[in-house]
Write a protein of this length. Structure first.
Length: 364
């Protein structure tokens, strides 16, 4: 019985870490990437930024957007400040071309995004963060796929700049997954710092709980059988390297947002007409979120086996125990590699610890 349980729980681990990446490599070879470069489509765009206490970043962010290679009369910049307590509002006043709003109390990112979209006039909504830097051609490339009326949203590429090479390695893998998903019109989770949505397809976000707005937007689009593609020619940059403690806190907050996204995932799985969308969702996201309890159960089962005889299952137990010990050592030594070992555990911890509590956050 224990042997059967062991292999039942081993299968999702094998699939997530080996089977799924292999399948993505195969799909990448089989499906040719769309070439958006030759398209010439210049719609009006509303670029939406939500910030809180962004005095250090908001001016460079606005200057970067205004310096984009895109017709000035086609760009509308909207900056929403969530009750900033620093000089953010005073800085915004220096930019008359920017439409800005300051809430008199903290209402959260989702509420401000909803408010911004209601007043936006552009055909295409471009969402970004206050610490992101667009490539000069980013907006032009990001909107090109909308030339085709069946394209609902476009995810651009985000390049991390920082010293944590292990996190960069993980992010490059995520970008590869998104590029393959984009070939089949079903990117599972946009880059919140660089993505665009048709205004008429935007669905208001829930404002009563902590959410990942970019992920919920993606689920809403796919649940309407919409198409979301990936355009690697549209790229932006973001500094990374806030320290391990803050990074684990960030992962835990993302986990809390993931827990609140589960009803939207179910809605997407029912509403999307793409079988691959369900495959990508389960293999790419859900298995990763629930990998910690699966690994713990495997550890217990293989540990029970190790008491009786030495075999391959016992070897798996020893390898897992060694990995946990090594992961603990590098974590307490504050080595960047520890993010590889414990990020999934931080995500899961965030999912099970008070996920319904509403705490606005900005660094995810």
């Amino acid at each position: 019985m224990l042997t059967i349980l062991f292999f039942i729980f081993l299968f999702p681990v094998f699939h997530h870490y080996a089977g799924f990446p292999l399948s993505m490599l195969i799909l990448n070879i089989l499906k040719k990437e769309k070439n958006w470069k030759k398209l010439n489509y210049i719609p009006s765009v509303s670029i939406i930024v939500v910030t809180r206490n962004g005095e250090a970043s908001i001016a460079p962010r606005i200057e970067n957007i205004l310096a984009s290679d895109y017709p000035e009369d086609k760009i509308e910049v909207i900056v929403m400040s969530d009750n900033s307590e620093d000089n953010t509002v005073e800085i915004l006043k220096k930019y008359p071309k920017v439409r800005s709003f300051q809430s008199n109390k903290r209402v959260g990112k989702a509420a401000l995004l909803n408010k911004a979209v209601k007043t936006a006039t552009g055909k295409i909504l471009v969402f970004t963060d206050d610490n992101t830097e667009f490539d000069k051609e980013n907006i032009r490339e990001l909107v090109k796929p909308f030339y085709y009326h069946d394209i609902s949203a476009v995810c651009g590429k985000l390049i991390l700049k920082g010293k944590n090479h292990f996190e960069a390695l993980y992010w490059n893998m995520e970008s590869f997954y998104r590029s393959v998903e984009g070939k089949f019109n079903c990117v599972i989770g946009a880059n919140g710092a660089n993505y665009a949505v048709r205004r008429e397809i935007y669905t208001p976000l829930p404002e009563d709980r902590l959410i990942m707005d970019d992920f919920i937007n993606t689920m809403n689009i796919l649940s309407q059988a919409g198409n979301m593609v990936y355009n690697r020619a549209a790229f932006a940059f973001e500094e990374h390297g806030s320290g391990l403690s803050r990074e684990f806190e960030r992962k835990a907050r993302i986990g809390r947002g993931n827990a609140n996204a589960l009803p939207y995932i179910w809605k997407m799985l029912r509403g999307s007409k793409k079988i691959l969308a369900a495959y990508f969702m389960i293999s790419h996201k859900i298995l990763r979120w629930f990998m910690p309890p699966i690994l713990i159960i495997l550890f217990i089962i293989s540990g029970l086996f190790s008491m009786e005889e030495f075999d391959l299952i016992t070897l798996f137990f020893l390898l897992q125990a060694t990995a946990y010990i090594f992961g603990g050592v590098v974590y307490f030594m504050k080595k960047p590699i520890s993010i590889i070992f414990w990020s999934s555990f931080a995500l899961f911890f965030g999912m099970i610890v008070n996920p319904k509590k509403k705490v606005p956050y900005w660094d995810v």
